[in-house]
Design a binder for this molecule. Structure first.
Ligand SMILES: [Zn+2]
Ligand SMILES: [Zn+2]
Length: 192
């Protein structure tokens, strides 16, 4: 994507330069705080891209595939070219962690379905207390009941003979116990 003259002019109209960061003053993407910029393509279609990515494209050059534009200054709506640098997805995550923005719990909370696509509905969700090294955290993890059932079924089919044997043993023990109790009971009745 090559920015046109108008794109570049429009871009700089929305930037407020401070001695430190150059701030994006137009619309922000409400959820994540990054700036938003419309690129005009072939005079017709518009494409929404982040303002800092637009800045990189306009001032430095095209962004290679699968690379992220990261901030040195941690100001998400800053578009100053020398505050921006390229990084991989891994750099992006590492950057988030080092700046204390990484909260995997919050990330998981947005999920509405389990990895196999079953919904986290009330009846399909099992809330498990989350522990870190044996210490309760007061938070819960969601487990998919459908997946748990499927796992149990697979376990049973794989260990069929073992389970059958275990059950037979248990039943035999129970039968013995019951017989003993019945005998004792009969004895008591005949004596009285
Ligand atoms: Zn900055
Ligand atoms: Zn599932």
């Amino acid at each position: 994507m090559k920015p046109s003259e108008t794109d570049i002019k429009n871009f700089w109209k929305k930037v407020k330069k401070t001695p430190g960061c150059w701030l994006w003053t137009a619309s922000l993407v409400s959820k994540n705080g990054y700036g938003k910029f419309h690129f005009k393509l072939t005079g017709k279609t518009y494409r929404n891209i982040s303002a800092h990515r637009a800045s990189y494209t306009i001032n430095t050059g095209p962004i290679p595939d699968k690379l992220f534009v990261l901030h040195r200054c941690d100001v998400k709506h800053c578009v100053r070219p020398d505050h921006l640098f390229l990084g991989t997805q891994q750099d992006n995550v590492r950057d988030c962690v080092s700046k204390g923005r990484w909260n995997p719990g919050r990330y998981h909370a947005f999920k509405t379905h389990c990895p196999q696509g079953h919904p986290y509905s009330i009846t399909n969700t099992h809330n498990v207390n989350r522990k870190i090294k044996g210490v309760e955290t007061g938070k819960t993890n969601r487990r998919c009941r459908t997946c748990a059932k499927l796992r149990a079924r697979i376990y049973v089919s794989k260990n069929r003979t073992e389970i059958n044997e275990r059950n037979r043993k248990r039943w035999a023990e129970n039968r013995e116990l019951l017989c003993k109790k019945q005998q004792e009971y009969r004895k008591l009745r005949s004596e009285s």
